[in-house]
Design a protein around this ligand. Structure first.
Ligand code: PLP
Length: 398
């Protein structure tokens, strides 16, 4: 049997591997504190769950349109207006089974041998994996600690060549918690005017998760790039709905934009037909219903990131920038003498703390680990106590 080579180039999301190992150790009776996984440790708010149950009881069991139910797309239009001030049309909105399918669609629309795609490194691991799958050249944009883990417009623009087809940006960012300030995004957009051949995918799935008054800037607020801009967003993080598989994306529509929207709609028809109806009703309830639970979750993430920063910085050899967004911290562990993945794996096996090594997010992630603030303050404190104890007794020879 022979499968196509492209499949041998597909990578992994190692947070899932860490999760599986942590679960196996837990199964053996070990007490594992899991700071490895990128999902809120909160329940989906009740009114959202109720909306899905009601939809099922009301008989919404069948196929829905490939682009999503009209009323779910309308809800995304309302939500986009609230968060960005920009009025889009439902004809630009695709309801997707999670955030990842938008990545897949955008990258497979533009990636092929000979093409180049720019992506953040360290960044969400699926970007690089999917670019490799298409055979395009994956060109990393280094995301630097000294730049507050924001992307640099200048460095990004310097990587563009005539072969560049797609630029992927992500702010607030996984795995670093970096938020790129508006002035840097303005510089990027101004520079992109000289490169009209480059499409942009902006992954804004953490859009509401910013702290310290550092506001998120949506690329949607720049009309000059709208005809080549794809916005990735979804319900997973904001409303603690990772397992529902509910995402949305905003695409340019029409022949002037290479009919991107229609191409993705056809991809949906061919691959997943549609997103299940009860989840789409839940999605509407999430957008239109009370946001108290979301705000409570954000307050919890805010206190936890401060706690993580303070406690990690107190450990000799660790330097932890205060994350400005999302719910991750990305401490620099280079001075401990450990390689990041070795440290992550030994902490899991020997100290029962699950986190993810920086290189799982790209080569520029060496020297860092990602901690997800998805555990109670007590558990986070206990985890960092274990990390400190481990390092007290296990420093490698330097
Ligand atoms: N984009 C980023 C930056 C993420 O961190 C994640 C999930 O961790 C996703 C997209 C994917 O979201 P979903 O679980 O909805 O597919």
């Amino acid at each position: 049997m022979q499968t196509v080579a492209a499949f041998d180039r597909i990578g992994e999301e190692n947070a899932f591997t860490v999760l599986a190992r942590a679960a196996a150790l837990q199964g053996q009776g070990r007490d594992i504190i899991n700071l490895g996984i990128g999902q809120p440790d909160f329940r989906t708010p009740d009114h959202i769950v109720e909306a899905a149950i009601k939809a099922l009881k009301d008989g919404h069991h069948g196929y829905t349109p490939a682009s999503g139910l009209p009323q779910t797309r309308e809800a995304v239009v309302r939500r986009t207006l609230q968060t960005t001030g920009i009025e889009i049309s439902p004809d630009n909105v695709m309801i997707m089974p999670g955030g990842k399918p938008t990545m897949f669609a955008a990258i497979t629309l533009f990636g092929e041998p000979g093409a180049e795609i720019l992506y953040p490194d360290p960044g969400f691991p699926i970007y690089g994996s999917m670019i490799d799958y298409t055979g395009a050249k994956a060109v990393p944009i280094p995301i630097r600690e000294e730049n507050g883990f924001a992307f640099s417009a200048e460095e990004t623009l310097s990587k563009i060549t005539p072969a560049t087809r797609l630029l992927i940006v992500n702010s607030p960012a996984n795995p670093t918690g970096g938020v790129t300030p508006r002035r840097e995004i303005e510089k990027l957009v101004a520079g992109l005017e000289k490169h009209p051949h480059v499409a942009i995918m902006s992954d804004e799935i953490y859009d509401v998760m910013t702290y310290d008054g550092e506001a998120h800037t949506s690329l949607l607020t720049f009309p000059e790039i709208r005809d080549r801009l794809i916005i990735l967003n979804g319900w997973s993080k904001t409303w603690a709905m990772t397992g529902w598989r509910m995402g949305w994306s905003i695409w340019p529509n029409g022949p002037k934009s290479a009919n991107l929207y229609d191409k993705v709609r056809k991809l949906a028809v061919n691959c997943w037909s549609c997103v299940n109806a009860p989840s789409q009703f839940a999605g509407i309830a999430a957008i239109d219903g009370p946001q108290d639970d979301v705000h409570a979750m954000l307050r919890a993430f805010d206190s936890r990131r401060k706690l993580v920063t303070e406690k990690m910085n107190a450990i000799d050899g660790i330097r932890c920038a205060t994350p400005k967004g999302a719910f991750y911290a990305f401490p620099n562990i280079a001075d401990t003498g450990f390689k990041a993945k070795d440290l992550a794996s030994r902490l899991l096996e020997e100290s029962g703390v699950a986190l993810v090594g920086g290189p799982d997010f790209g080569a520029f992630g060496e020297g860092y680990v990602r901690l997800s603030c998805a555990a109670s303050q007590e558990r986070i404190e206990a985890a960092i106590g274990r990390i400190a104890n481990f390092l007290d007794t296990n420093r490698p020879e330097q």
